[in-house]
Design a protein around this ligand. Sequence first.
Ligand code: PLP
Length: 375
Amino acid sequence: MARIYFDHNATAPLRPAARDALIAALDAGNASSVHAEGRAARAKIENARGLIARHFGAKPELVVFTSGATEAANMALRPALAGFDCDRLVVGGGEHPCVVSGHGFGAAVSVALDGEGRLDLAALRDALGGAGAPMLALQAANNETGVIQPVAEAAALVHEAGGVLVCDAVQALGRVDCTFAATGADVLFVSSHKIGGPKGVGAVIFARRAVMPAEKLLRGGGQERGFRAGTENVAAIAGFAAAFSEIIASGPAEMARLGALRDRIEAEVRALAPEAVVFGAGAPRLPNTMAFALPGFAAETMVAALDVEGVALSSGSACSSGKVSASAVLAAMGVAPEVARCALRISLGWPNNEQEGVAFPEILAKVRHRMSQRR
Ligand code: PLP
């Protein structure tokens, strides 16, 4: 059997439509040139911008293409905005590292999660109180657990406190509604490679001019209306747009299919190992994600053994620069360290099918049996 790729929250395989659009635009001209080649490149970028703007309910001129969500977070999380200043940064307890570093604010106040991984709204209300306008950075859905955050409720609280909500919609895009109308956010950002587009491209979408940063992150030419200088990566943007239109068109049906597949895998895992702990199972979750632990079976060992058996999935631990550290998200949920070190994450996506859903529990059972004999 071919390998089983269950790690779409890390990155999704390139969709064929995205690959075609990417290849077709590799030779594009410079979108700032006035000749036909330049105008053709410009048309590709503006088509992509229009598509994204329409979906989120934004004006096209308020969509800025970036190199991905990390750059988008760096652009959006700034104290000085075009319309007013924010004085402090408040972040959800499970945010991605690209958000939590504090950016121009120096430091961020983190809001507790409950045991299911949902933001504690009472704690949020407390954190938002105090002098000056807060900026709240909150993800629409968590990358490790798939738990969907109460973004609309948080938006109401932050607006009451005179602040701004910047929403990381990276994992929610195409999986749950993360438009401005659904979230109440002031700024949203997304990344292409999580939806089957090319890596190294994303977008930040502003609801209005007043919440755009006062200062430009990259200075130089006037590209992206001066918000991001440098010749645009036309091919990556075209590939992103192709993946975007596919995921938006297929979203609800695809998510129903993947949700059924995830539920079936989850039921099989629970039947195989009744002691399994499924994180965030009591909260609304993305239909494609399941984070779980088989207590006593260390995640790194399981990931390596499953990889040998042809399954790619992630451990719940953060791994950067080859160093494995405990998951900050699970710690914020109050998961005991000995359980957190056994956390695995399955994240499904467009290529996954029923056969893989049947094969995976059998492979997991085999690996678990082998591991238990070594103990
Ligand atoms: N936010 C979330 C929730 C993510 O899962 C990721 C990717 O891991 C990012 C932000 C960063 O995205 P990018 O790889 O485009 O910088």
